[in-house]
Design a protein around this ligand. Structure first.
Ligand SMILES: [Zn+2]
Length: 303
């Protein structure tokens, strides 16, 4: 037997802090100057649950971190590199720091650097104790056509960010007229077909985007209203006798206005499925028995 031909498989140990609970991670991306810090502050101002914030700045001095308002969680300052490339280890270490705590934060929000590729950061966010919730990308209505235009050296980076979005949020709306809003919207639709674009009147809407796709089984529509009062929520009852095919049909037929849908569905075999829709991204996964959850209605959030 030739040992050299043998494939060596390294199985990573499964490590599940906090009894297997996974904290939802929201990535906030968008090019330099798109208003990410403003949006983040809006998010924090609208909720008092503990949110751990990571702020990434490629420079050595993290200006944005200094601008983040005080909140119940903490701000982890990630400066001197970009979490999607040169500061990957620093990013993972920040999750490691949170993991040391006896109690997890409710949510993690990461303000990406203006040049970051959110897809890379998204991959890193699925780490023990954490799960990617959604990627929200800001598009600056005032700058976008120029940044993405034929003369721009950053056009590729800007398009990459938009393509990575689960939801696009338009910022700087007060600086442009309606025709510019329409042009940018049409261009974003070309670049990222099917991604919901929030025609937000202000950055306020962003507050509703934290953690809505969260993994926790029951979304408490009543008491959690402050998190998403820009949106309509409704529930769709799913009979316990449904099949996987019928569930897929139902999800296929959700209208485009649906930003998020989540729930725990029991199919006729008894298996519990966690359904998680964010924009055009959809996951339906078998729920590990350890989570011992009950089926829920499908909670749908629409603009
Ligand atoms: Zn990077």
């Amino acid at each position: 037997m030739n040992l050299e031909d043998e494939e060596i498989t390294f199985v990573e140990p499964v490590y599940a802090p906090w009894d297997g609970r996974r904290v939802p991670v929201t990535l906030l991306g968008g090019y330099l100057g798109a208003g990410k810090t403003t949006v983040l502050n809006e998010m924090l101002a609208r909720t008092d649950v503990p949110i751990a914030v990571m702020v990434n700045d490629v420079g050595d001095i993290n200006i944005d971190a200094a601008l983040i308002r005080r909140h119940d969680g903490d701000t982890l300052d990630l400066s001197g590199g970009c979490v999607c490339c040169s500061l990957k280890n620093g990013f993972l270490e920040a999750f490691g720091q949170l993991r040391q705590r006896p109690e997890p934060p409710e949510f993690v929000v990461v303000e990406l650097s203006g040049i970051a590729d959110p897809r890379s950061a998204a991959g890193l966010s699925n780490t023990p104790g954490f799960v990617l919730d959604s990627t929200v990308v800001l598009v600056d209505l005032d700058q976008f056509m120029e940044l993405e235009g034929p003369e721009s050296v950053v056009a590729d980076a800007v398009r990459t960010q938009v393509r990575a979005a689960d939801v696009v949020l338009l910022s700087k709306r007060d600086l442009v007229d309606q025709s510019m809003t329409a042009r940018v919207t049409a261009r974003v639709e070309e670049i990222a077909p099917g991604v919901p674009i929030l025609p937000a009147a202000s950055a306020h809407s962003a507050a509703g985007l934290i953690g809505l796709g969260a993994r926790r089984p029951i979304l408490d529509v009543g008491s959690g209203a402050s998190l998403f009062d820009q949106y309509r929520t409704r529930t769709i009852e799913i009979p316990g006798t449904t099949t996987r095919a019928a569930l897929d049909d139902l999800l296929d037929d959700l209208p485009e206005s649906v930003l998020r849908a989540k729930g725990i569905v029991q199919i006729e075999t008894g298996e519990l499925l966690l359904v998680h829709v964010v924009g055009r991204r959809r996951t339906v996964e078998s729920l590990p028995m350890a989570e011992s959850a009950e089926p829920t209605d499908l909670v749908v959030i629409e603009v």
